[in-house]
Structure formats: structure tokens, C-alpha cells
Write a protein that binds this ligand. Structure first.
Ligand code: ADP
Ligand code: ZN
Length: 530
């Protein structure tokens, strides 16, 4: 049978019911699908789990020819094709990992009109033979998955995606549907421009995930804090724990196993078979905790992930939203938990300063980090902050996040900020720069060997900050860094220096409201004091 005949005369609802066995379309699926079936372009913003795949799969079956899906997720193509084949949908993929013979087979099937869906890695479109191949067959539509990758402003830019504007130039009559699960208004607009989707209908689903409880806590002893969360609130639940480094993935997984929790590691440095085995255990078995780098999660469809925990600060709100969005796809109450501390800010500011790329690139990274830090330090509803970031302003406080349930107090940190900054100034006058530990020792008036050796007991700010604990001082430094009233040096040691904003604070032209640390952090501070 030819693709064009297989579903001839069927409505899109027939196809949904007969092929997928679902009763009805969800949300805006029906309207999106109708738009594309009728030959129109669509730009779809829908959170993870919203059901984006059907938006291009159904039209690919109903329209004559093959639906061509451009996706950067090469590692998932085989799974996607297998899942479709199991439903009787004829699918194939072309990417650079594949054997010549396999590629030939897929190309022949496409030319013979025997494919409903063809998944294509974006770099394939740089190869003239691929373009000629598409010319010789019949393309039902182009689907551009993870469309935010075309945005240089976004958090996951992929240069190969810029070439996708050629789809419209070369095949102006083929409808296109671009889809993404993360886009701020700026990114959204950039996608439309770069992909020449001027005529497209825009479908923007709500980014609200009311069943997810967002919580961001001061990092203190992250593994113990995580263990406490799992034991007290998520005993026996499946979840994902994100760590920044491979080493910390392995150590954390081992730590949890030692505590009797069924945890598995996942990162790009593990053997491919180990990775696949761990992933399939996570999907199939109940109550597995996957400890992973962000390499894990794209395209993972597990509905009952009860928690997503971050032990390190994500680099952007988009990343955070995407990762936490893997929790609670079944709509049941779930937790998004993040432990965040001073070292995270220091490390990420430093990584940006030393990153490759031009000034504009660093400025983008900084803007992404600043938005993430603003979410961490906010004293109002986390969900409102998130939705506002994604252009959905005007939502009401959720009553379910940590700041709603336990509103943080603020306090006037202007004087401590001035004490700290003037210590930095005084050291700077001596040509010296230090990290947070030594600065806090000076402020608290500790005569450590280093203080004695360097003669820092003579500084006029020595001991002026004895009223705050170590933990409280670290909180002050963290929040000053978050607000860019203090900066991290590029030397790689996390030393602190003034930022352009410091002057206003020092001159008393700007006050510094700070978030009072929550119970666990002040408990720690008390322990340190006593
Ligand atoms: P996304 O790509 O937006 O993250 P998916 O396309 O993977 O989401 O869909 C998420 C899950 O919801 C999948 O298991 C999918 O089969 C299911 N789903 C999507 N649409 C429907 C529907 N209309 N009825 C029932 N289940 C659906
Ligand atoms: Zn809230």
C-alpha cells in the first residue's frame, strides 16, 4: 500500500482511534492537526508531555506523502521508529550514525512512497543528496522538533538549525510545523523569524504545571538533604536527580545505593550498553531513582516520575523548566526540588567569564543565569515567576510552591553588604583578592593563621560583622552575586571583586533587600555558631 492510500478517506479522529487507540484529541491537538492537514504552517509551544508528537504524526498519515521530521535527538530516533512500527506506522530515519545499507533501504522506501514518517538529523540537510532525495519523493509536511534550537538567544542553540530556513525556500508549498517545549517570548519570536513562519498560526499552550510543587532550598549538605527528601516524602517513588558533573552523578548514585535506595547512574561517559540498560530499568521497574547529568531525559516518556531533584543550579530557566517538567506527567502531585548555594553562583559566573565565544554569547549566558538566580531568590510565588518568564503574566500565586506555603521573610541587608564590599575594596587597595571563606573570617573577626600572617586583623572592617553567622554571611554573598552587586574573578579560584553595581551600594545610593534563609539554613548557621 502507498502512504497516500493507507488512510485515505479517514478523518484525523479515525486515525487517532485506529492507529493509537486513543479516544479523543487533547487540548489544541485537533486544531493544530487540522491546520497542518489543510496545508497551513503552525508554530506550537506546548510543555513536555503535552502531546506534541501526534500534532505532526497524524497529519503525516492523513496527507499524501511522507512526513519529514527534523530532530536533533539522534539517540532517540531508533526508539521513535520502533514505537511507531509497533503501531503499524511505517517509519524510518536518516542520520550519521547509521550504516550505508540501512540508509539505502530507508531512502528506497521513501522514494517508493512506503514511508509515513521519516526522521532526519538536521545535519543531513547540509548534504545535497538529501535535498535531492526529498525532491524526488513526496513530502507531506516538515516537522521541526525542538524548534528552540534555531534561536541564538535560546538556551540550546544548534547551528545546523539555521539551515532549516531553506525548507521553506525550496519547498514553499509543503506545510511546516515547528514545535518546542521551552520558549520565552524572545525565543518564540526568533523561531518565527528564522524559520520564516510569518504565515504560521501560533498555538501556545499553558506552561502551567499545577501538580508540580516547586521548591528551592539553600544548599547545605546536598546529599543528606536529598536523602531526607526521599525518605520523608518520596519513599519508594521513581524520580530523577540531576547533577552537573559525571563524577558527582556516580558518587551520588553510590551514596543513595549505600543508603538502601535503588539508584542508577546515567551520563554520557558511561558505556552505551550500561546507559541503555539503566534507562530501560528506570522505565520498566517501579521506584528507581535515576541520578543523571542533563544528558538524560529528552524524549523519556515515563508518566509517574514523582520528583525531579537538582543538586546543582541549572544554567537557565528553560533548562530548569524542561528538566522539572519530567515530573508528574500523569497529573498527580509531584515535586521539583532544587538545592542551590553560594558555590553554584561562583562556579557558574566563573564558567561564563572563561567560556569560549564572543561578548554577545557571554551576555546571553549571563542573562540566562540571572533569570535562574532571580527564580531562586524570589520572595514571591515560584510558579508566577516561571510563567511570567515564559510570557504568561497575570497568573495568581499558586498556593503550592515553597514561597507560597512558607513565605520567606526579607531583611535589609544594606549595612552588611556595605561591610562586605568595603572589605573587598580595602583588600583591593592592597592588591589582594580573596574568596568568600577568608572574607567572612575577616568580617567575623576570626584570627585564623592566614589572617595573622597577612595582617588582616588591622583592616578597619575586621570583626565588624560578628553579628552574623558564617552561614548568614554566605547567604549575603550569594545574594549579592545573584544580584550582580558583587562579582567573581576570572582567575579560577572564586575570588571576589567589585561589580559595576557595587558602587551604588557602597555610596548608600541603593538598598539591598535580602531573603532571610529558611529554617534548615538558619539551623545550620546556629550549629556553626554554637
Ligand atoms: P511531548 O512530545 O509534547 O512531550 P508526547 O507527544 O510524547 O509529548 O506525548 C506525551 C504522552 O501523551 C504520550 O504518551 C502520548 O502517547 C500521550 N498522548 C498524546 N496525545 C494523547 C491523546 N490525545 N490521548 C491520549 N494520550 C495522548
Ligand atoms: Zn506559589
Amino acid at each position: 500500500r502507498a502512504a497516500s492510500e493507507a488512510y485515505a478517506g479517514r478523518t484525523t479522529l479515525d486515525v487517532l482511534q485506529e492507529v493509537w487507540g486513543y479516544d479523543a484529541f487533547r487540548g489544541e491537538q485537533a486544531e493544530i492537526i487540522d491546520t497542518v492537514v489543510a496545508g497551513g504552517d503552525a508554530l506550537v509551544l506546548m510543555p513536555t508531555g503535552g502531546g506534541k508528537s501526534l500534532c505532526y504524526q497524524v497529519p503525516s498519515l492523513v496527507r499524501p506523502g511522507t512526513g519529514v521530521v527534523v530532530s536533533p535527538l539522534i539517540a532517540l530516533m531508533q526508539d521513535q521508529v520502533d514505537a511507531l512500527s509497533a503501531l503499524g506506522v511505517r517509519a524510518g530515519f536518516l542520520n550519521s550514525t547509521q550504516e550505508r545499507a540501512d540508509r539505502n533501504r530507508v531512502e528506497q522506501a521513501f522514494l517508493a512512497g512506503e514511508l509515513d514518517l521519516l526522521y532526519l538529523a538536521p545535519e543531513r540537510l547540509r548534504v545535497p543528496e538529501t535535498l535531492e532525495l526529498l525532491d524526488r519523493g513526496t513530502v507531506a509536511l516538515f516537522a521541526i522538533d525542538e524548534a528552540h534550537c534555531v534561536s541564538q538567544w535560546g538556551h540550546d542553540f544548534r547551528p545546523d538549525y539555521l539551515a532549516l530556513s531553506l525548507l521553506h525556500e525550496r519547498w514553499p508549498d509543503v506545510p511546516r510545523i515547528a514545535l518546542t517545549a521551552t520558549a520565552t517570548e524572545v525565543t518564540h519570536a526568533e523561531i518565527a523569524t528564522r524559520l520564516q513562519l510569518g504565515e504560521a498560526r501560533h498555538f501556545v499552550a499553558s506552561f502551567d504545571r499545577p501538580n508540580i510543587r516547586y521548591r528551592i532550598v539553600p544548599k547545605d549538605n546536598p546529599r543528606a538533604q536529598l536523602l531526607h527528601l526521599l525518605r520523608t516524602e518520596h519513599d519508594g517513588d521513581a524520580g530523577i536527580v540531576y547533577c552537573l558533573s559525571r563524577a558527582s552523578v556516580e558518587q551520588t548514585a553510590q551514596y543513595l545505593v549505600d543508603q538502601g535506595i535503588p539508584a542508577l547512574p546515567y551520563h554520557a561517559g558511561l558505556d552505551r550498553r550500561v546507559r541503555a540498560a539503566n534507562q530501560s530499568r528506570f522505565l520498566r521497574e517501579d521506584g528507581i531513582v535515576m541520578v543523571a547529568t542533563i544528558a538524560f531525559g529528552m524524549g523519556i516518556d515515563k508518566p509517574d516520575v514523582r520528583f525531579v531533584a537538582h543538586l546543582d543550579l541549572p544554567k537557565s530557566v528553560e533548562g530548569y523548566y524542561q528538566e522539572t517538567g519530567r515530573a508528574g506527567r500523569d497529573g498527580l502531585p509531584s515535586t521539583a526540588w532544587l538545592a542551590y548555594g553560594l558555590a553554584d553562583v561562583v562556579q557558574q559566573r566563573r564558567m561564563i567569564d572563561t567560556s569560549e565565544g564572543d561578548v554577545a554569547h557571554r551576555r546571553r549566558l549571563t542573562a540566562h543565569l540571572d533569570a535562574m538566580l532571580a527564580l531562586c531568590e524570589t520572595v514571591s510565588c515560584r510558579r508566577v515567576q516561571l510563567l511570567t518568564y515564559f510570557g504568561q503574566a497575570g497568573s495568581e500565586a499558586c498556593g503550592n510552591c515553597d514561597t507560597c506555603l512558607n513565605p520567606p521573610q526579607t531583611w535589609d541587608g544594606t549595612v552588611p553588604a556595605q561591610k562586605l564590599l568595603s572589605t573587598v575594596v580595602r583588600l583591593d587597595q592592597r592588591g589582594q583578592r580573596y574568596g568568600v571563606g577568608h572574607l567572612v573570617d575577616i568580617l567575623r573577626g576570626k584570627t585564623t593563621p592566614r589572617v595573622t600572617q597577612l595582617g588582616h586583623g588591622e583592616l578597619s572592617t575586621f570583626g565588624v560583622g560578628a553579628d552574623l553567622s558564617d552561614g548568614e554571611w554566605r547567604g549575603v554573598v550569594r545574594q549579592l552575586l545573584a544580584q550582580e552587586l558583587l562579582a567573581v574573578d576570572t582567575d579560577g579560584y572564586g575570588t571576589l571583586r567589585l561589580s559595576p553595581g557595587s558602587g551604588e551600594v557602597l555610596r548608600g545610593e541603593r538598598s539591598v533587600p535580602l531573603r532571610r534563609e529558611t529554617a534548615s539554613a538558619s539551623g545550620k548557621a546556629k550549629a556553626e555558631r554554637g
